[in-house]
Design a protein around this ligand. Sequence first.
Ligand SMILES: [Zn+2]
Length: 470
Amino acid sequence: MLRARRGTTTVALVVALVVGVLAAACTGPAPSPAGTSSSTGNPATAGVAATVAPVDPTLPGRTTDDVARLTVDALQTYWRTALPGRLGTPWRDVTTIAPVHVDDPSAPQPPCAAKAADLRGNAFYCPAADAVVWDADVLLPQLRERFGPAGVVVVLAHEFGHAVQTRIGVDEAQRADPAAHPTILLEAMSDCYAGAVIRHLVDATATGGPVDLPMRAAERDAALRALVTFRDPLGTLAADTTAHGNAFDRLSAVEDGYDSGPTACAGMTTAGRDFTQRRFGSAADRARNGDLPLDRLVPAVSGDAKAWFEGLVAARGIAGYSAPDPRPAPPCADAGPQGPVAYCAADGGVVTDLAALGALQQRSGDFAGATLLVSRYALAARAGATLSATGYDAGRSAVCLAGAWTARLVDPTGGFGLSPGDLDEAVAVLLDEDWAETDAVGTVDPADNGFERLGHYRRGFDGGPGACGI
Ligand SMILES: [Zn+2]
């Protein structure tokens, strides 16, 4: 999106439809008498490119059913300790574990659904039967094929998160006070619990413990990519009864569980959590679900970024800093590999590779390119503020400042505003590429990956530029 700064034009930065859809909706089947709680959400179609090879060298010879069984065992084991230890509630193993063969006409009736075929594309937790149920023919094999075992892990961990909620009384609390427990909050809690489980597997793997499901940085990023495919369709509002969250909000919840554990998940409230989904700015905004041409995108974003970063530098007491206009040429000889946009320390410029930006836009949407562009303006501003534009910390600061710049566009007071999908596009480029974190000579901390980049971005998004070292 992006509503234009001046005039009446409304333009849209939009998502390219790049991901193969994972089967159908995942909102759970028709409600059982007591209702089915949850599900992972709807696989949507944008944002994250399907360019990442499945990460599955670790479980050779295992079928997807094997992976699901190992995952369930790991989840039951984890919660047997974590629920009493962290939340003071005894864990009861989930009563019914139900892989459903949706392609088998003779399959028995699954829990909380009329027939097996109704489960196609679904995974859910049904509190009435205390059952975790999933499509074993389509959904999980596709997740495993695209994302490796981590795709299976994150989806089942999310559903177990709903079982945790049932055990600690969240279902009753929701019945007593529905307004304080909207769907999107309960879904965020489940994503958060999934993050806690991922952390457990990462730690166990790192310490050489006996883990059936090794989880390293690559698998962790694969889990995030898998969950992102279940983000809400564009235009969903946080208040919608089916809302599960956009990619940014869902991964933020995972990160909170990863960093702070199950106690933080259980303590989530609507008051303490900002959900970033907003409606389209206008009918035209909605209708223009197409890409904003680069010849409009680049000047629009850079114009806004220039003014914002000039203000930041001035606030540090440095007068006279003037941010550059972007230029497609000449290239910068010493910039190193920074991706489609480079900050040129030699002359203080920002250099765009329009062909590469166009390719990125096709893959991940226009706001992916906007995020990179702003991260380069961040390096330029650091140099203008006499801070280093090289080194790992400069790269982290650039990602952080891109988050800080973006946050003010969620509820803008005028000029620009985000449209649905923009944050998902930022998430896509941060997960898929390290470009936003490169410094002025194209280097980046090799230990950082998608998970860390999202963390840096979110630090600025939540904390503002002051959290970014400028
Ligand atoms: Zn759910």
